[in-house]
Design a protein around this ligand. Structure first.
Ligand code: GLC
Length: 451
């Protein structure tokens, strides 16, 4: 047991190594397209909002399990109003036989939403401009052009890979005569970056938009001069947001800590050997890490002697909400932990067992937060942010960020190890609710300014 929790510990030396390796690999990916390295995808978003953007825009967001359609009013003073509908993506759409079937379903959701929210919109008024948040790696070739690199999380529509997301989606909407024009395609992290900047106003420089949810990733503003893989003359602008796709940081596992549980989980995934950073951190995996550990302890006869057969057998059978709720138990005698274990595993644990599960959940969440801090350190060092800005402003979103107890506290602990106490205080973390919806709308608005 102690050995298991010790294996989850991330030392100061390891944090330094992670941050250094991040700088090294990110720098080389900015210069040259990479197969296995961290992708560092240029987004074609060339400026951050000022807070003064105005107008009505549509936005949609394809996330891990839901498709959200939003109508966003930007008021021009850093405030906004958002109306949204959430559609649960059915299994048969997640595994659609063709891209046509897949985008047709997305288009039908947009059609229903527009009919409901903008019933009087006439096609002679032109098309509504929409920003699409697509939370998967896309190789962008323009603000509203980009080919899908691979699916992550739960979508599995192989023939959509390598195709232009905007073209396929726009074609599906045109087939249904939906009066909507895709003005911009962004990643959810770019959305979080833009939304946080809009809300913070011109006086604050937001360094990072970060998602810690079903998946994990971050986007930041980079000097175009450093993104040398961009073809010459791509833009006149000096800066461009980069979608790091840090879920794929260190796919070759040169510095990331790897336990036998991490290795076993990778084999169970739809995308083995890639997105290795994400598989130690995000909401899709932390519950599974706990399940793997409990299976081993139970298999060795060390815990849960009376466990009903099969309770722990199902891969991904434990949601990350479980370790998260376990970690939230503030009682000294693990009352909540015991109740959760009755619900989830169907057993009445002893106090020792409850204590053990709590310790493991704590270790899993803390390791994830430390690894994220290592990657944040990577972006901070890569951009010389500590020399340039007084505050390191980070906008975050996602279920792990919002609900996993102690996540920020643990990230801060790790940042203190990396930079010392005084510098850690210069980091500001804030939640960006609806970041992808607002961010996509902002992007549609910024693109209108340039058009
Ligand atoms: C996955 C996706 C990435 C997204 C992240 C958070 O890592 O590859 O594009 O930003 O999940 O949703």
């Amino acid at each position: 047991m102690n050995k298991l929790t010790a294996d989850l510990t991330v030392s100061k030396a390891k944090l330094d190594e992670i941050a250094d390796f991040f700088v090294k690999t990110a720098t080389s990916s900015l210069a040259k397209q990479t197969e296995r390295g961290i992708p560092m995808i240029p987004t074609y978003v060339t400026k951050l909002p000022t807070g003064k953007e105005k107008g009505v825009f549509l936005a949609c967001d394809l996330g891990g399990t839901n498709f959200r359609c939003c109508s966003v009013v930007l008021n021009g003073d850093g405030t906004h109003k958002i109306t949204q509908d959430k559609c649960h993506i059915p299994e048969e759409v997640l595994n659609a036989k063709s891209h046509v079937e897949f985008y047709d379903w997305l288009a039908s959701c947009i059609g229903d939403f527009v009919a409901k929210q903008h019933p009087n919109w006439k096609s002679d008024q032109g098309k509504l401009r929409m920003g699409v948040t697509f939370s998967y790696p896309v190789n962008q070739t323009g603000l509203n052009r980009g080919t899908l690199v691979r699916w992550t999380k739960k979508v599995n529509v192989p023939d959509a890979v390598g195709r232009d997301v905007c073209v396929d989606f726009q074609t599906a909407m045109d087939r249904r005569n939906i009066p909507v024009y895709i003005a911009a395609l962004i990643n959810d992290t770019t959305g979080a970056l833009l939304a946080r900047s809009y809300m913070a106003g011109e006086s604050v420089h937001t360094l990072l938009g970060m998602i810690l949810g079903t998946g994990t990733n971050a986007a930041y503003m980079e000097d175009v001069a450093k993104i040398t893989k961009l073809p010459a003359g791509t833009t006149q602008h000096k800066t461009m947001a980069v979608n790091t796709e840090w879920g794929s940081f260190d796919n070759d596992l040169q510095v990331l800590p790897t336990t036998r549980f991490d290795a076993a989980i990778d084999k169970l995934t739809l995308n083995p050997t890639v997105h290795m950073f994400e598989k130690r951190i995000s909401g899709m995996f932390m519950g599974e890490i706990l399940r793997q550990m409990l299976c081993e302890l139970h298999g060795k006869g060390l815990i849960f002697k009376n466990l009903p057969a099969g309770s722990l057998d199902k891969p991904f059978g434990i949601d990350t909400a479980t370790p998260s709720q376990i970690e939230a138990d503030a009682s000294s005698d693990n009352i909540e932990v015991k109740a959760i274990m009755r619900d989830v595993f169907g057993i009445n644990p002893t106090s020792e067992e409850a204590h053990a599960v709590r310790k493991l959940s704590h270790g899993i969440g803390k390791r994830a937060a430390y690894l994220v801090a290592g990657a944040i350190g990577g972006v901070v060092n890569l951009t010389n942010a500590l020399e340039k800005y007084q505050y390191i402003d980070i906008g975050g979103d996602g279920s792990v960020y919002e609900f996993y107890p102690g996540f920020e506290k643990h990230m801060r602990e790790a940042l203190r190890l990396l930079y010392g106490e005084a510098t850690e205080k210069r980091f500001k973390f804030g939640i960006v609710k609806d970041g992808s919806g607002i961010g996509a709308a902002l992007c549609a608005s910024l693109s209108a300014e340039e058009a």
